[in-house]
Design a protein around this ligand. Structure first.
Ligand code: NOJ
Length: 737
């Protein structure tokens, strides 16, 4: 396992070898078998005691977990159970959904929350979580975009490392991490869950694998393949993906757990005749644990009987499972501690993350922060007072009682008169008379806060949409309230990027929040009232229209980019125009080719100025050091946090490279008029790309862009010759996270 102390590894291996030597065939198969139940039923306890189950998922009651571990302890060899649960962005206390965590651009705080939440879940007896979800996604129709860290491989990699380090911080109070879904699941065709993907090796290595490499570097010992097929082979049976790439090239030597019944889906995909062949494909691909299909339990004995190779493969898989169990410390007596003391710390951490995850999109004439809290305020919208909906997907262990809504928090802080109305019964609601009532309330208030978006159930697994509009009658509500309101502040709570042109047109300010979790109310209220300042930055591009999807900043070059001011839109084309009248460039006739808001974008309550960008290069090959420095100045009259972003462009390469790639960022807090010199240090690996066979860096020109988002204009260039690059191989890994 990467980065592990060799002594620890040696002890784990010795224990695993010893146990394996004593195991019967049935006990070996049991280690491969994972069962989901929500309680320790008599049948499950019996199966565990007989060594027929090596791991469980979805049992959360500590007493039930104790009963199961006791049964495992009393089994012939006393092998402890892996107890899994989807602790994806919190347990009882929820942080923002992972897309929101990415919007914080604050890996240190994400790591801190993961440590706390792991301790909370571990105190129940859970010892394994199926997280972090590392599927780079460029299609917001896909409901699972909520669970990942957005469109960018590098930002996802940074978050991957933070998440894994946080979850696995201390052996006794941690959860084993399980990065998922290897790999490319986020590229599911048409943003439809479980759909197939076709991804070139170049794209796999440059975009989809790096976050997993970062998670393994940080110590992740388990991984879950994706449901979807990658180039014709579903994840759970994909030998090229799981052996050639995952094991041989990324160097993973831990445990692969299939996704839920994914082995049983191999015949449905059309790559296996039946369950027995599916089990064989799973073994061949090196899938250790069968989550819930029961196929290993049913067929592995028969497969071993038919082919001794299968016994060797079974032994290898069991050995690795046992090693991971030992490395996770499960063979030692488990310490229990109460959840209570951590609740405050968890809420504090979740609320800080919620605050840093909210992205201020517009703020006309300094509408925000609201300066006079003794005035009259209208709080409207179907999501203004929804403790549960604001938690987002994967919140089934959350305690709604510790979640505070925006309305509740504003009521606690507002000193003037406050009126409220949901306007619609829920985000998909249609006008039930509430719209007129809401508009009436807005008309009487000096300020109106309108909270729109999506309920939690509209994103997450299997919750894909073909449209990105505000559901139900929300646009009607928006129009009516906008007509009536003196000052309109729109807050969006959603699980994915939405089309927000209407909100931007109608509102004086728009704050976009990816379901921010238990701390939503205090976080949003403090931002609106100026007790904190917005610092969230978009981890995904916001499209103008769903028809632009996939739209992402790191796209490839086209030979015919659209030129600003030279594109002709549908309504401007003269009747009977000739074929070439639009100039033949890459744009849609009916929408501006730019996004509504670019990746990395987010406003503050102040402005920042960038200048004096300089690059210098020292050393050669593996010792090459690139220093990029820039001065950032707060030119407004409030303190604020800026996220300084560095992008690379490799303009000429053997394989066309993306228009830009994020390579580093730093959050800096600056007082009014304060200036800071920010320095980024990069190495040879940060320049590398994979051409489908290996990593390399080509001599020539490199361009750097520094600024507030992915459209940053301040740039400088450097030229590297072959001697500076050197000829040492770059290895399997690219970037340093
Ligand atoms: C299916 C999901 O795809 C996966 O992400 C999750 O971990 C498992 N179910 C277990 O709940």
């Amino acid at each position: 396992m990467k980065g592990l102390d060799p002594d620890r590894h040696h002890a784990a291996d010795a224990w695993a070898q010893d146990v394996l030597a004593k195991m019967t065939l049935s006990e070996k198969i049991g280690q491969l078998n994972q069962v989901s139940e929500d309680s320790a039923s008599a049948a499950l306890v019996e199966a565990v005691a007989a060594g027929r189950v090596g791991s469980v998922l979805n049992v959360v009651d500590p007493t039930e977990i104790d009963a199961l571990q006791a049964a495992a302890g009393e089994s012939r060899l006393g092998i402890p159970l892996l107890v899994g649960r989807d602790v994806v962005h919190g347990f009882e206390v929820m942080a923002p959904i992972p897309l929101g965590l990415a919007a914080t651009w604050n890996p240190a705080k994400v790591e801190e929350f993961c440590t706390l939440t792991a301790a909370a879940a571990r105190s129940r007896g859970i010892n394994w979580t199926f997280a972090p979800m590392l599927d780079v996604c460029r299609d917001p129709r896909w409901g699972r975009i909520a669970e990942g860290f957005g469109e960018d491989a590098w930002l996802t990699s940074v978050m991957a490392g933070a998440f894994v380090r946080g979850l696995q911080a201390s052996p006794e109070e941690s959860l084993l991490a399980c990065p998922k879904h290897f790999a490319g699941y986020g590229a599911s065709e048409s943003g439809l869950d479980y759909n197939r993907t076709y991804i070139s090796d170049i794209e796999l290595f440059n975009v989809y694998f790096p976050p997993f490499a970062a998670a393994f570097d940080a110590g992740a010992m388990t991984v879950m393949p994706s449901f979807s097929d990658v180039n014709g082979q579903p994840g759970a049976g994909n030998q090229r993906l799981l052996k050639t790439f995952l094991r041989d090239q990324l160097g993973f030597s831990g445990v692969i757990v299939s996704d839920w019944a994914a082995l049983a889906e191999l015949p449905i995909h059309g790559v296996a005749e039946d369950g027995k062949e599916a089990a064989q494909l799973g073994l061949n691909a090196g899938v250790h644990i069968d989550m819930m299909s029961g196929l290993y339990e049913r067929f592995v004995a028969e497969l071993v009987d038919e082919d001794p190779e299968n016994l060797a493969q079974l032994d290898a898989l069991v050995l690795e499972i046992l090693t991971v169990k030992h490395l996770a410390g499960l063979h030692e007596p488990q310490k229990k501690k109460s959840m209570e003391p951590a609740i405050d710390a968890l809420l504090h951490s979740a609320t800080e993350l919620a605050s840093e995850s909210c992205v201020l999109l517009t703020n006309e004439g300094g509408t925000l922060p609201i300066m006079n809290r003794s005035d009259s305020l209208a709080v409207i919208g179907p999501l203004a007072d929804q403790r549960e909906e604001q938690l987002g997907t994967w919140s089934f262990d959350a305690d709604p009682e510790v979640s505070v809504s925006i309305l509740e928090a504003l009521k606690a802080r507002w000193q003037g008169s406050l009126m409220d109305s949901a306007g619609l019964s829920h985000s998909r609601g249609v006008d039930e008379g509430g719209i007129q009532e809401a508009a009436g309330i807005a008309a009487k208030a000096a300020q109106t806060v309108l909270v729109l978006g999506e309920e939690a159930i509209l994103s997450g697994e299997a919750h894909c949409r073909s449209r990105l509009d505000l559901p139900g009658d929300q646009i009607r509500l928006l129009n009516a309230v906008a007509d009536a309101a003196e000052k309109l502040i729109v807050v969006i709570l959603a699980g994915r990027p939405l089309e927000l042109a209407d909100a931007v047109d109608h509102a004086d300010a728009v704050l976009f929040c990816f379901h921010p979790g238990s701390g939503t109310g205090p976080a949003v209220a403090d931002l609106l009232l100026g007790d904190s300042g917005p610092s969230g930055r978009l981890p995904v591009t916001l499209p103008r229209s769903v028809g632009q999807v996939p739209i992402y900043y790191g796209r490839g070059h086209t030979g015919r980019p659209p030129l600003q001011g030279e594109v002709q839109f549908l309504d401007d084309i003269p009747i009977g125009a000739k074929q070439y009248s639009t100039g033949n460039t890459a744009y849609h006739l009916d929408v501006d080719p730019s996004p509504l808001f670019p990746f990395g974008f987010g406003k503050s309550y102040t402005e920042f100025h960038y200048d004096q960008l300089a690059v210098s290069v020292a050393g050669t090959g593996q010792t090459l050091t690139i220093s990029i420095e820039v001065s950032v100045t707060n030119i407004g009259d409030r303190s604020g946090i800026e996220t300084v972003q560095l992008y690379l462009r490799d303009p000429v390469a053997r394989v066309a490279r993306p228009v830009r790639e994020l390579k580093a960022f730093e959050k800096v807090m600056l007082a009014p008029e304060e200036s800071r010199r920010v320095e980024f240090k990069l190495g040879i690996k940060d320049l590398a790309y994979h051409d489908g066979r290996s990593w390399f860096v080509e001599p020539g020109r490199f361009e750097w862009f520094v600024g507030s988002d992915s459209t940053a204009r301040l740039s400088c260039r450097m030229d590297l010759d072959a001697s500076q690059i050197g000829d040492e191989p770059l290895g399997d890994q690219t970037n340093s996270y």
